[in-house]
Design a protein around this ligand. Sequence first.
Ligand SMILES: Cc1cc2nc3c(=O)[nH]c(=O)nc-3n(C[C@H](O)[C@H](O)[C@H](O)COP(=O)(O)OP(=O)(O)OC[C@H]3O[C@@H](n4cnc5c(N)ncnc54)[C@H](O)[C@@H]3O)c2cc1C
Length: 315
Amino acid sequence: MVCERAAGARQGKSGMTLRKLIASPAPIAVSFEFFPPKTAEAEENLWRCIKRLEPLQPSFVSVTYGAGGSTRERTHSTVKRIVQETSLKPAAHLTCVGSSRCEIDEIVRDYWDAGVRHIVALRGDMPDMEGRYRSHPDGYDSTPALIEGIRALAPFEISVSAYPERHPDSPSLAHDVELLKRKVDSGASRALTQFGFDTEVVASFRDACARAGVDVPIVPGLIPTTNIKGIARMAARSGASVPEWLSRLYEGLSEDADTRRVLAAAVLAEQVQELREHGFDEFHFYTLNQADLTYAACCMLGLKDVEWARKAVAS
Ligand SMILES: Cc1cc2nc3c(=O)[nH]c(=O)nc-3n(C[C@H](O)[C@H](O)[C@H](O)COP(=O)(O)OP(=O)(O)OC[C@H]3O[C@@H](n4cnc5c(N)ncnc54)[C@H](O)[C@@H]3O)c2cc1C
């Protein structure tokens, strides 16, 4: 297995193109997010996806935790299988909503015992998004408290969320930046952003965080837009916006999956070029358990599994 890292260097505002990205080597780090499968078929699909992306040597891969802890067992077994069957470093998502400290602490200890060393620590949402967030009476009442609880149990690496367009529950973007600072002060070492499509917004959020003393990487989250209606639904719940140009791009194509895939690749290509131009060198991909578009975006960043490509051409 040979992994070639050759991405574009920072090019200021000179107009980053794919040609420049490939021609100017620079270190790039990527991570991939998966969700735990519900059925045997979905599990097979996830593992095809993991195996396809593994040779790209991501810094880590993360597995989400269903709202209110609904996928506790499935998240655990997926993460454990990644530890046992791959060379990847898994990060388990964990939310504190709806659970006591004892329950959360037990999950954290189980992860440590299973060889997991990285947690994505989150507040989470009320089950079925019902009403305003309320913390569990015996639970961790905020993400910084959860991070402190995890760190008191074992020296996990901890990543957290960040919202360049403001979290829906937050009174202001400044509040989100201040909360992120508290998460970092509590022990988080990376912020993964909610997906978004305006790279200027992500860059200006990163700069605001830096001014506020947030000294950890702010890693932009990228999501393939093949299913734009699904993305719009997720965005409406989660403090992200879908720009009008993007919705218009997919208009009239609901029955044309092939064209939507080509367009999604073009959207990702533009995003990675712009983000590199803004100086980002770490990227978090919401894979939706599909490898192809994430793999293509990594190729555009100059990251690819040369061995796999050679075999594909030969066969
Ligand atoms: C990278 C990433 C990964 C994610 N993974 C998952 C996942 O695996 N599973 C899942 O269910 N969801 C996941 N989410 C979604 C996330 O759980 C929701 O966006 C949730 O609404 C906020 O959780 P958080 O940790 O981001 O909140 P935070 O950033 O900690 O807080 C968000 C807002 O809530 C406010 N707040 C915090 N505590 C309270 C309180 N006690 N009462 C009232 N308001 C409060 C804060 O002030 C802030 O404005 C993810 C999001 C991102 C960006």
